[in-house]
Design a protein around this ligand. Sequence first.
Ligand code: AN7
Length: 351
Amino acid sequence: MSYNGLLSHYQSLLDLPSHTRPVSLLEGNTPLIKADNLSRHLGGGFELFIKYEGLNPTGSFKDRGMTAAVSEALGRGATTVICASTGNTAASAAAYAARAGLKSIVLIPQGKVAVGKLAGAVAYGAQVIQIDGSFDDALSMVVQITDKHPICLVNSINPYRIEGQKTAAFEICDVLGNAPDWLCLPVGNAGNITAYWAGFKQYHEIKSTGLPQILGVQAAGAAPLVLGHPVEKPETVATAIRIGKPARGEQALQAAEESKGRIIAVSDDEILSMQKLLATLEGIWVEPASATGLAGLTHEIESGKLKMSGKRVVAVCTGHGMKDPEIITKDMAKPIIVQPKLEVLEDVILG
Ligand code: AN7
């Protein structure tokens, strides 16, 4: 059966208006990769799967929500979409808007957007505006401007974003035949955790697939949901989740509570170690934010707070490593240079 993208594949399960006109890049249908090496490294005895969302068309999970939001906007007759973004939403909005023939405007925070994301937004033809402030400032600006002008907001405040993103939960259940025991994922603006929980609940109602416990993970320097108050100046190496006032914070806390899970924070060191482990043990290179869910899982296992024995765990890896190459290249040892002579190469390789 040919695959025509999320909206077509899960049409009957998505609450989208009838005017919606599908704009797809064949997003979704991403692999669920068994990670036995990493599971063994964490003590073993449990099944670990990576939902590799970096393999979406623009390199992040944002494409799931964006196909829905842009399709609805196009069908409604919108001509322009706008979002605030730490980078991935911007690239995704720009790509889907391009395909739909819409203009896109993206507001990004000063300085901290990874180069692969900014390049994407520019390549897809967005008008890129840098705000001399944080993501939270940028989000407040796009909310204000869309209240005043007929421009369509495609941040995850837009309900169709959540509709699209909940398909990731459907896919996991379709592949495993059931919900996992635990789902761990990074939490920034909290749209994704909200969408996963909605998706698992919906599938549970119609297909009795069970419900996972959800472990949402923030970066320690940007952890408003753990601290219980907004963070004025969020700081983390995981720039995707450098967010101090999550738009769907309440729903994230609710998802954690209803699922008997929790939201925790991990340090930048834990995030970067996990990014490296995942790449070197499993061949899966993700951007720092995307290693945050797994870093949280590791934190809980190693501190004895979670026993995973006999469990099935899915870790959502939200964006591709190539989005943020500098995080690797800035500290890497320069490759050695050798003359193009076999003896020299033999010397280097064989010692
Ligand atoms: C790789 O692009 O907020 O909790 O503006 O890019 O749903 O916000 C990105 C978020 C996790 C957090 N992983 O998801 C944006 C933006 C990656 C991300 C998140 C983001 P939410």
